[in-house]
Every structure is written in C-alpha cells, then in structure tokens.
Unconditional design. Structure first.
Length: 129
C-alpha cells in the first residue's frame, strides 16, 4: 500500500513539474519583457534587449517539460519511464538551483517554484522504486 502511495505521489509531482515548465516556456518565450523585471531583476530596457535570450531560455524549459511528459506517457517499455523521469527531474533540479544562484542575489522564489518541486519529485521517485 505504501509503495502505491509513493508511486502515485512521484508521478503526480512529475506531472506538476512538467506542467510548470510548459508555463515557464510560454511566459519566457512570449512575455519575457513583462516578467524579466520580477524574475530576473532586469530593467525594462534590458528586458526588451534580451527578449531573444528569454525566448531561448523558454525553449529549453519546453524541452524539459517535453521530456517529463514523455516519461509520463511511455507505455511500450515501462522500465524506461522511471529512468527518463529521474533524468529530467534531476535536470530541472540542477537548472533551478543554478538559476536561483546566478540570476540575481539568491532568488528564493526560483528555488521554491522550480527546484523544490523537482527535489520532491526526485525523492518520491527514489522512494517509489
């Protein structure tokens, strides 16, 4: 019974992280100038000048979301779903920690929004396996 709970929790968290990264992708690709001040501490002129960089960053978040979604949808070889999820969750965790410490002074909201859910998903995946 406990195994089923951890498995359900793990895949729920993977789905949450994937959905969040699809949202990050959309925000960074299409609304960078609006969010860059709050998220990255950029001034309006710098945010406008870095729209292409924000869009590129968004694309990478889309790739992470696609990989997580792939791990959720994999049915032909169930043995591959967990390793895929582990790989992409670890990528998200590293990206969240790196971003939090490099975008501006320690960005606790980035740690909480990106890294913490990935860490929880990672722990649940490890516990379910």
């Amino acid at each position: 019974m406990a195994f089923e709970f951890w498995k359900w929790l793990a895949w729920s968290l993977v789905a949450f992280v994937a959905a969040a990264h699809f949202l990050f992708m959309a925000a960074e690709m299409f609304a960078w100038a609006k969010i860059a001040r709050r998220v990255a501490g950029l001034t309006d002129p710098v945010a406008e000048a870095t729209k292409a960089i924000g869009a590129n960053q968004g694309l990478y978040n889309g790739f992470l979301a696609a990989g997580l979604t792939w791990s959720l949808a994999w049915s032909a070889a169930p043995a591959l779903d967990r390793p895929l999820a582990l790989f992409f969750v670890i990528c998200v965790l590293i990206a969240g920690i790196f971003g939090a410490f490099t975008i501006q002074r320690v960005n606790l909201s980035l740690l909480g929004v990106q890294a913490l859910p990935a860490l929880l998903a990672l722990l649940a995946l490890c516990k379910s396996g």
